[in-house]
Design a protein around this ligand. Structure first.
Ligand code: CO8
Length: 259
């Protein structure tokens, strides 16, 4: 694994790669260098046959406090236009393996946008989600206006983005932004457990399932159903499908190979 200054990339365990955001002095503010490190870690995770799922976490009290306001303040419109950030976000978005966010504490601005790039969010009771950009005279810039409305609906997304008010973990659960709420000390453990369960499934089926679910945001129902059908048929040619069915019939645990 390559060395990273602002994230900690742990050795894969049970098919799961853990990426810890590690910039505590700035509350894990996602400056461009940090986003670049996430992007490179995902390149490595994508290429590794040992990794079948990835978990991203922050600390016990902060997932990420947003973009780095000091860094962004120094950029004018041309600087922002030439910025590498959109490329890093696109990389995170295109990561084909399951990506799980373990969120404790503040998850704000670009932080909630990073969490929403995850396929599943597990939140601690102490999680606080917000898009406070309006307080800076700006709006979300890494997909917040689009992903939040899809995650929580129009009224709550409007309230959060127009007022800058935060919501707590329970409200995030009720709204559908997160999948589960746990005690803060168990958030990472639960995310890793869930990731290990997922990592034990067929890598090809996981990849196609993720692709089909994400396509739901981009396509009309008829096209989405067509995509699902094609993916379903494609899987009929995989060894993993045969292994899954055989294992069920033989009452044993399947050994998926991603073939
Ligand atoms: N960017 C840069 N530095 C930050 C950020 C941030 N987003 N958040 C915290 N820090 C720094 C603080 O400046 C402080 O540094 P220093 O010790 O050198 O003064 C250090 O982290 C600790 O911060 P606090 O003392 O505020 O820590 P608390 O634990 O009391 O509070 C909070 C934690 C609630 C997370 C608080 O720090 C906070 O409100 N942060 C900002 C949240 C925010 O507004 N996020 C949205 C950012 S905007 C965004 O994501 C989109 C693009 C932004 C472009 C801006 C162009 C002008």
């Amino acid at each position: 694994m390559a060395s990273h200054a602002e994230i900690i990339v742990e050795a894969p365990c049970s098919g799961v790669q853990l990426i810890r955001l590690n910039r505590p002095q700035a509350r894990n503010a996602l400056r461009t260098a940090l986003l670049g490190e996430i992007s490179r870690a995902l390149d490595e995770a994508e290429a590794s046959t040992e990794v079948n799922a990835v978990v991203i976490c922050g600390s016990e009290t902060v997932f990420a406090a947003g973009a780095d306001i000091k860094e962004m303040a120094a950029l004018d419109a041309v600087g922002l236009w030439q910025d590498d950030r959109p490329r890093h976000w696109a990389r995170i978005r295109a990561f084909p393996k399951p990506l799980i966010g373990a969120v404790n504490g503040f998850c704000l601005g670009a932080g909630i946008e990073l969490a929403m790039h995850c396929d599943i969010i597990i939140a601690g009771e102490n999680a606080r989600f917000g898009q406070p950009e309006i307080n800076l005279g700006i709006i979300p810039g890494a997909g917040g206006t689009q992903r939040l409305v899809r995650a929580v609906g129009k009224s709550l997304a409007m309230k959060m983005i127009l007022s800058g008010e935060f919501i707590d973990a329970r409200s995030a659960l009720t709204a559908g932004l997160v999948a589960e709420v746990t005690q803060p000390e168990l958030t990472l453990k639960r995310a890793l457990e869930l990731a290990a369960t997922i990592a034990g499934k067929s890598p090809i089926a996981l990849r196609l399932a993720k692709e089909a679910i994400l396509a739901a945001d981009e396509t009309p129902l008829s096209q989405g159903l067509e995509l699902e059908r094609k993916a379903f048929l494609f899987l009929a040619a995989s060894e993993d499908r045969q292994e899954g069915i055989n294992a069920f019939l033989e009452r044993r645990t399947p050994q998926f190979k991603g073939k």
